[in-house]
Ligand binder design. Sequence first.
Ligand code: ARG
Length: 458
Amino acid sequence: MTKLWGGRFQKSAEQWVDEFGASIEFDQKLVMEDIEGSKAHVKMLGACEILTEDDTALILSGLQTLKEKAAAGDLAYSSANEDIHLNLERFLIEEIGPVGGKLHTGRSRNDQVATDMHLYLKNRVGEIIEAVDNFQQAIVEQAESHVETIVPGYTHLQRAQPISFGHHLLTYFWMLQRDKERLSESLKRIDMSPLGAGAMSGTTFPIDRELAAEYLGFAGVYPNSIDAVSDRDFIVEFLSNASMLMMHMSRFAEEIILWSSEEFRFIELDDTFSTGSSIMPQKKNPDMAELIRGKTGRVYGNLFGLLTTLKGLPLAYNKDMQEDKEGMFDTVHTLMGSLPIFEGMVRTMTVRTDSMERAVSSDFSNATELADYLAAKGMPFREAHDVTGKLVFTCIQRGYYLKDLPFDDMKAASPLIEEDIYETLKPRTAVERRNSLGGTGFGQVHKQMEQAKTLVKH
Ligand code: ARG
């Protein structure tokens, strides 16, 4: 079969060489976007009287047939036709005859492929934003039932201060909120049409790029034809936003894994989101959380892969850029798999408030309370820290916690300490009183929750 671009060639490449250069195996994912792009292009050619009404109508009907065949899975792609663009052009000519060859008037595969990628990402980013929003809702729901569930907060993975479990969960809400904002903001750069840039320099045909962009629902057009065909920043940006989102999910996954261990016992994952062991009958493994943590690596890989591919490319289009696709598809697939899984895991998990309570009442995470108590009575905080530290040491030596320390020992450490210290040391009191803006105090967490609810859809 002769190539659509075969005119100046005397010999054909062997099949294995063609196969190496072909992208049809993966860029067939762009079939619908490519057809939409072609429809808009040919409609615009008709409107600008570059094609006759008859030719325009015939090509449009041929494209419609291809669309139906694509939807039914009836297109037999071939690597001899290299990529989705040439495959479809070949099918079109088969469908409606040589007039199909007029579709490519004033267009190049370079602006065509860039248009496809913009269309594809625009839709997928919208779906991803939606999935992030759903995940956030699951977090808000769990957090809402656990505003008054007290759990140790950690720094350095050492017990630090008692906190509201709802407060802890909402932290992930805000991370995801920033992800959602970044994704939405990036749409500004995705929602732009390269179509009509031609191979790189525009075209001599009197086309109307803005009209074609309008047909495609793009908010604007690239002002520079060279930039239009060589820009892949919008994909890098997407991969970067996706990497950040995966990083957030990975941190949350790590906590889910820790919390569901026997050592923590803070949560139990639902059976429907856990797996067993083929040998150890007692096992209930947090595979889904581990897999999301693991998949974070491949998304980072996709980001670095594309950054490296683009580094050093001269303007304008280079075949290297064909390598932009698989990592992008893979990233979309990974996000659209991970987000609903995580959402389900959070929605269905059981929070073991009893173990949390046990944990928080058998540690020194209330030590700051004692130091603050003394500081509030006028002792310089540094001194209060030292007095408390010494009492902690005494407790460790005697094998109990601050709440068990006899009042005489407290009084000996500082005459400022009164009987009310035992109330102050209670984890619940500690949390309740942390009412500074954004703090873990119940009042603050409720306020935060109200704010969070205004940022999700339902
Ligand atoms: N398959 C190509 C890609 O994905 C389409 C653009 C090809 N352009 C060209 N001049 N060879 O990048």
